[in-house]
Every structure is written in structure tokens, then in C-alpha cells.
Design a protein around this ligand. Structure first.
Ligand SMILES: [Mg+2]
Length: 467
């Protein structure tokens, strides 16, 4: 049985700050980056993983990834796969590394990259895409794969098991449904803060024509400008003339209820990326009520659970919900957000949480609390990852995708060996290649070109100077 013999890390940075892609009220010059890891064995079996950053500091994450990987060197892969929850506990339990978290910050996102690499390796070893590996688990195996410490006051293993057993009978049918239809997606790339009005209008029209009906815009730099930009987007998504043939949905249908859908069934969301204090968030977002958002995403500090609860309560009479999670750094934050009734939508991040095992814990809690999971994506690699997580959620955990939408941003997919894709109805296709694992393997050429600081792109940008 293969043993883990070592690893390679790569600090890969893409110069996205040059185009204004990814700009929001908080993050103004992002170079989308991947702290990338290849976990090696004494056989052909390899596991790929990464975590996402936005540039400087990616080298620090790579160093932390190395520290986490060292714990796995020498381990038998089948022993690791036999109980992935136990493997996760083992990865988290280095007493010295724990001190520089615990379960937060650089060490936690580094652990996310490595845990994802182990899951990728497991899926490859079984010849299945990651989502398929997990949905084929028995309820007992799925429960055993999660991270359980510190959440039993919100959900017990027994409760999770009972819930999964209840959903077991419909799994086959849901799998064939989603293979046929695809998984619902939404578009963020039309509404970056750094784009001018003309570019926003053009990209919104393109997104409507491509079949999307949920659209998100970045807000928080200037209220008047947010209203203006929001009106531009609403004027396009609410106008039937831009719809593709057969497009348009009933705004009163069950899947759109409570989402502030316009006359064509289009839904609009806004994202502040943490810029406001709590009272400021409430006042500012009330001022955006006329552009009818479904939710405000990340209105304030990601750790402020009670602040999110206060904002949600204050905005409820205005028909606006609250979403957060891309910076919620562990399952305990999600547990409290759910317990405090602070959010309408759970936005897990595939590599801020420490990998698939911790994500499964959050999926289980969200399903118990009846809150939809709409994962954070975009950046680089996140879309490739999250389609797997949403498929696990729909097929095996929550059993529902009617009200869910998975973020889609059309940047940088070309750097992956098995990139995600979107069908003609604006939905994610189901990853289906037996050897693609967690779909996160990056092309070797892309790594050689964009590795920081001496990949060919960066050396060229410096006029041939190596660092
Ligand atoms: Mg966001």
C-alpha cells in the first residue's frame, strides 16, 4: 500500500491586479494566488491541493503547508483513507503547530490545502471524482469523515446519522437529476468595484444571455455610486428583451420566494467584503433597498457573530437578508452564526475551512438548521473545488438545490487540467472524469510561468531580472 514520501509546494501568483478583476471595497489590488501542494507517495499516486490567497503572504502559507505535510510523511495512505475524520484530527493535533492557530489564520488555511490534497489522493486512488467518492459513502462513513470536536452542542453524530439515513433513499435520483440539469450558479464577475458602468452593463448582458439569473455586485465604497451601478444591473436583468430564448422564471415560484426577484425572476445580491461597523452597515444597506437585493454579503467583520445577527434583524423588515462565510475560519464560527440566527445563507469556503472534512461538518449543521449553503468561489481554483462540495450537499446531505446558487467567476480556469464548466442554462456541469479527484491539479506550464518570484511571467515583468 502506498506510503506518503514527501511533498512539493508552489507559490503561484497571477497578475490580476492589472485588470481590476476581483476588486471590492476591501480588496483593491488582488493578485489571485494559489499556495499549491503536491503530496507524493512511493507509487504513481499523487494528491493535489491548494489554498487561495490574493498575493503577498502566499509564500508564508506555502511554508506552513510544508509544516503540516511533514506530519503525513511516512504514513500509509490506506490508513489515512480508512477514517478521514480521524485523519483530520491527527492533522490538527500537532501541539506546537496548534499554538499558532488554533484552527485559524495561516496554519488553518495551510491545513485546508493539505487536507484537500489527501482527499484528492483518496478520490484518485478510487478512480472517482471527489464528490462521487463522498456521495457513495454510507451514512456511517460520511459521519466518520467529518470534524466533530466542539460542535456537539449544535449537532451530534447520532443526529447527523439519522438525517443522512433519511436522505439515503433519494440519492440515486438526485444524482441523475443534477447530472442532467447541472448545479445552479450565479455570476459575480459583472459587478467588480473596479469596473466602469459600460463594462458592467456589457458583462451583465452577456451573463443574462448565458442563462444566469442570479447576479452579484460589490458595494461599500460610495452609496450613491452603488445605487447607480445597481440600477444599471437591475435595468438589464429585469428587462425581458435581454433574456435568451426560453429564459425568464416565475418570480413567485418556490425557488425564488423571499429573494426579492424582479419581473423576469432575476435575483440581485450585494457584497461589502467587511467594510462597515454594525450600525453603519444597517444604515448603508437600508439606502440600497430600492435596488432590491436578496442579501448583503459580509456586511461587517467576519468574526462578529452577534453583529451579523443585529444586522439581519434590522434589515429583515426591508426584505434584505444576510450572508457570510468566506472568511469564517472554522466550523465553530458557522455553528454560532447558525445558533444566533445571524445568517440567511451559509457561504463556506473550500480552503479557508481546513479542507473537506471540516466542510462536511458545516454542511451537516446547515442542513440541520435549514439554512441553504451557497459556497464562496471565484479567485483561482475555488470554482473547481466548490462544485464538488455543492454536489455532496445536494445529493447526500441537504437533499435540496432549489434555492441554492453556487458562485461562478470566469477567471483563470484555463490553468487547471480539468477546469469547471457551465452549461447553456447557466449551471455548473457535474465533474465526471474518473481521474480528476478534486479537480485542482494545475497545469505544469502554468506553474512554470506564474511561480513567484522567478516564473517566466514575473521575470519578464521585471525586464528579465531574477530575484
Ligand atoms: Mg464575497
Amino acid at each position: 500500500m502506498p506510503k506518503i514520501t514527501g511533498y512539493e509546494t508552489h507559490d503561484v501568483r497571477f497578475p490580476t491586479s492589472l485588470s481590476g478583476d476581483g476588486t471590492d471595497a476591501m480588496n483593491t489590488d488582488c493578485d489571485y494566488s494559489s499556495a499549491y501542494v503536491e503530496l507524493k507517495t512511493d507509487s504513481d499516486l499523487v494528491g493535489y491541493g491548494m489554498t487561495f490567497t490574493i498575493g503577498r503572504g502566499n509564500d508564508i502559507v506555502c511554508m506552513a503547508i510544508g509544516a503540516v505535510c511533514n506530519r503525513l510523511v511516512g504514513k500509509d495512505t490506506e490508513d489515512l483513507f480508512a477514517n478521514m475524520g480521524k485523519t483530520w484530527d491527527y492533522m490538527m493535533s500537532d501541539p506546537q503547530l496548534r499554538w499558532i492557530g488554533p484552527e485559524k489564520g495561516v496554519i488553518h488555511i495551510a491545513t485546508g490545502a493539505v487536507n484537500n490534497a489527501v482527499w484528492d489522493m483518496y478520490a484518485r486512488a478510487r478512480g472517482k471524482p471527489l464528490w462521487k467518492l463522498v456521495v457513495d459513502f454510507t451514512p456511517e462513513e460520511l459521519v466518520a469523515s467529518a470534524a466533530w470536536r466542539y460542535i456537539s452542542d449544535a449537532i451530534t453524530k447520532e443526529e447527523a446519522l439519522a438525517m443522512l439515513k433519511e436522505r439515503e433513499a433519494g440519492k440515486k435520483e438526485r444524482e441523475s437529476t443534477v447530472r442532467e440539469l447541472g448545479y445552479p450558479a450565479y455570476v459575480t464577475s459583472a459587478g467588480w468595484l473596479g469596473y466602469d458602468d459600460e463594462k458592467i452593463a456589457r458583462l451583465t448582458k452577456e451573463a443574462v444571455a448565458a442563462g444566469f439569473n442570479h447576479f452579484k455586485m460589490k458595494v461599500g465604497a460610495d452609496q450613491a455610486s452603488d445605487v447607480r451601478r445597481g440600477k444599471i444591473i437591475r435595468s438589464i436583468i429585469d428587462d425581458p428583451q435581454y433574456l435568451p430564448p426560453g429564459g425568464g422564471r416565475d418570480p413567485n415560484s418556490l425557488e425564488l420566494q423571499g429573494k426579492n426577484a424582479g419581473p423576469t425572476g432575476a435575483v440581485f445580491m450585494i457584497d461589502a467584503n467587511q467594510v462597515w461597523d454594525v450600525p453603519q452597515a444597517i444604515e448603508y444597506v437600508k439606502g440600497l433597498a430600492e435596488i432590491k437585493p436578496w442579501f448583503i454579503e459580509e456586511p461587517t467583520a467576519p468574526d462578529d457573530i452577534l453583529g451579523h445577527a443585529a444586522i439581519r434583524k434590522a434589515l429583515k423588515p426591508h426584505g434584505i437578508g444576510v450572508a457570510t462565510g468566506e472568511h469564517a475560519h472554522n466550523r465553530m464560527v458557522f455553528k454560532q452564526l447558525l445558533q444566533a440566527e445571524a445568517i440567511d445563507v451559509v457561504q463556506i469556503d473550500s480552503c479557508r475551512l481546513a479542507g473537506v472534512s471540516e466542510v462536511i461538518s458545516v454542511l451537516l449543521m446547515a442542513a440541520k438548521f435549514g439554512v441553504p449553503v451557497c459556497p464562496h468561489a471565484g479567485g483561482v481554483g475555488l470554482c473547481e473545488y466548490v462544485i464538488h462540495l455543492s454536489l455532496i450537499d445536494y445529493i447526500a446531505v441537504s437533499g435540496n438545490m432549489d434555492r441554492n446558487v453556487l458562485e461562478f467567476v470566469d477567471h483563470l480556469h484555463e490553468h487547471f487540467v480539468t477546469p469547471c464548466s457551465i452549461n447553456k442554462k447557466g449551471r455548473y456541469n457535474v465533474p465526471n472524469i474518473p481521474t480528476e479527484g478534486y479537480s485542482i491539479e494545475m497545469k505544469k506550464d502554468s506553474i512554470a510561468e506564474y511561480e513567484w518570484p522567478n516564473g517566466s511571467y514575473w521575470v519578464g515583468a521585471r525586464g528579465g531580472k531574477k530575484l
